[in-house]
Design a protein around this ligand. Sequence first.
Ligand code: URP
Ligand code: ZN
Ligand code: ZN
Length: 464
Amino acid sequence: MIIDILFKNGSVVTDSAIFKADVAVTGEKISQIGLNIKPDPATEVVDCKGKLILPGAIDAHTHLAMPFGGTISTDDYETGTRSAAAGGTTTVFDFILQDFGETFPDAIRRRDAIAAPQAVVDYSFHIAVKDVAGGLLYTMEDAVKMGVPSFKVFMVYDFGVTDGVFYEVLDHSKSIGALIAVHAENNELVNYLSNKYASEKKTSAWYHYLSRPEFVEGEADVRAIQWAKSTGAALYIVHLANKQGVDAVTAARDEGYPIFAETCPQYLNFTSDVYKRPDGINFVCSPPIKGKASQQALWDGLTRGDIQTVATDHCPFLKSEKKWGAKDFRKIPNGCAGIENMYPYMLSEAGKGRISFSKAVGVCATNVAKIFGLAHKKGAIAAGLDADIVVYDPKAKATISNKQMHGATDHTIWEGVTVKGYPEQTWSRGRLVVKNGKFTGAKGAGKFVACKPIKLTTPDIGNL
Ligand code: URP
Ligand code: ZN
Ligand code: ZN
């Protein structure tokens, strides 16, 4: 087999090991992994001495060009995926918001028509469910057949579903190879507390945190898990940020239930103190960033494996839009940027010894692929998989600054944070898309990736 590209002299990182090996790429796929692989005369050899060879990350949670909070999130499919690539992320899952009355296949077609000509790396979708009335529920299986087997329900926001619809969707998911994800917060309590603080003229970003305190999320996690257990369905909790929720997920998993959880770098790196900062409005996201005990519980949950994935919840807004709520936290569009920072941050934490490099690869790539039905194509350095490869320099040092980032947003909550190590090259299906911070990819080169139906029957994703 002809070798087009050969990554030589590096150390390959998988979710369970690090070993010296060369990685050969033929066309768009990894064709061989081994020691002393000989290049062909026309092979492009990439010297990886002193570098780690990693699978590109898969960001399981992004909101690109999403209408939300009275505006549209700043990054579209081009700028969002470009920014992803610069941070070593080679596949992006975006949330489609179903329209009322819309079938799930129509929702996919509507968004794919926008994504396909723009994306610079590969992408897939989850669908946020708004409406299952009048037979729409049964169009979920058509979406599964189109390669979109994951759905999200919101327990909050004005388009959140009722408890009954959430339960119905969970119940239905089991028989059609679908996985239900949930944004868990108690909507009634959020509404009550936010209006109470506003009426008392307590309107700074700090009251965003106080109106969504730890138990508002934890209580909803407990309820969501209870319903998943009673239907026998698997459940994936997105952007888990609180200790009570971590404890509930852990207990359910210990009992053998297929409950999965994702957290985000912003919850791992910052605490609720950010809402007291002068730029606190820029950190407003939901669920809000919690206190120190929750942050520690998230790290512990990741280390134990009770939290399986890290994703960004990338949902950026301009500074001017965030400022709409400078005098009333209820008017701040909820969401922060992070698509370019996730892999560098998690790998940096590995470099500093908090987790292993294998753990960082597992939670940012391999586990995501396994959970969402993508492991046949992505998420690992293995022969036969797409050549989505990051050459990572563990000795590099970087201070994150929006000026050097590749998205469309005009600020980042990560400004000034230093990271140890940095992705030097990002390859997407055998094409170099970023080298030393310079984007070399092409708009429209990213392709939709169809996921397989999902059947998670135990908490152990190793035994799929
Ligand atoms: O604040 C957030 N997270 N905005 C994006 C929408 C969501 O809840 O995931
Ligand atoms: Zn959410
Ligand atoms: Zn989100």
